[in-house]
Design a protein around this ligand. Sequence first.
Ligand SMILES: Cc1cc2nc3c(=O)[nH]c(=O)nc-3n(C[C@H](O)[C@H](O)[C@H](O)COP(=O)(O)O)c2cc1C
Length: 168
Amino acid sequence: MNAIDPHDLTVQPIRLIGQQWMLITAGTPESFNCMTASWGGLGVLWGKPVAYVFVRPNRYTASFIAQQPELTLSFMPESYREDVLYCGRHSGRDVDKMRETKLRSVQLPDGLLSYADAELVLSCRKMFKTRLQEADFLDWSEVHPRWYSEDNPLHDLYICEITAAYTK
Ligand SMILES: Cc1cc2nc3c(=O)[nH]c(=O)nc-3n(C[C@H](O)[C@H](O)[C@H](O)COP(=O)(O)O)c2cc1C
């Protein structure tokens, strides 16, 4: 993979995250987990290039994110669509996603984890985490019925500095 300056990213963030989806991966080479995510964004905050993601606290991946200062966002090619979907439909609590998909984990030059054949990987350092609160919504009546329930708790928002970007 080629390291590029995150400022030089030339992606279409809404299509990239919303349609191609990403694998959020956290943990160590010995023990890690990933999940599919299609909510989030890329931008600038506190003078840094940042990525932000929304993770429901009941995801198994959330426990790995909590344990490490860093995580990665991996964007896989179309040939991995089914595998990425699998990671969004099954929990690492129940299955070994590396065994059940053709995803092959690789260590990036910075030591973080991604997957062979990833088109783009963003290495991220957590800077900020907050749990979304009902009281902060300005359109709760519209959002709530569609996205939140007892089984679907409010997301944790993580804002992360993009410390490295790698392309194929
Ligand atoms: C296309 C797609 C997008 C998803 N986006 C998100 C997301 O942005 N945030 C989230 O918390 N869960 C999202 N999910 C659900 C998780 O990927 C799913 O619950 C997964 O099984 C969690 O795995 P884990 O329990 O191993 O962490 C998405 C699922 C799919 C299929």
